[in-house]
Design a protein around this ligand. Sequence first.
Ligand SMILES: [Mg+2]
Length: 131
Amino acid sequence: MNKDEIVLPRPVNGPVYDGWTLERWLLKVCEETGEAVTAYKNLKSAREKYHDFVDGLSIDDMTDPKAVYASMLQANTQHTRMSLCRELTDVITAATSALEYLGADLDERQRLQQSINESNAKRDEGRRFRA
Ligand SMILES: [Mg+2]
């Protein structure tokens, strides 16, 4: 992907969501947040299983079944990491959709984000952002 190309969150607002209330949108944000927490637990568990298995393990022969198993555990950590990334992105989409439901169009959402960014830059002696 071109680094100059910015992909903004696109609110979901099609007929599937006809009749949704603000409460329903907030529940959707909570639902997606819950899915992110579950994905985090899966990632934590996958990382622990991988490290528990490979700690102190010395494998010279990559055809050793232990090497194959370690590789599978590592692949699982990568898979669960991506699941968490996707769920967190779902949270962004759900929150963006809730903002749009509240009448915040792209311009207003951008102004809100700018305001939050500026606020975060000032708080905690500017230590909320990396120098
Ligand atoms: Mg989700």
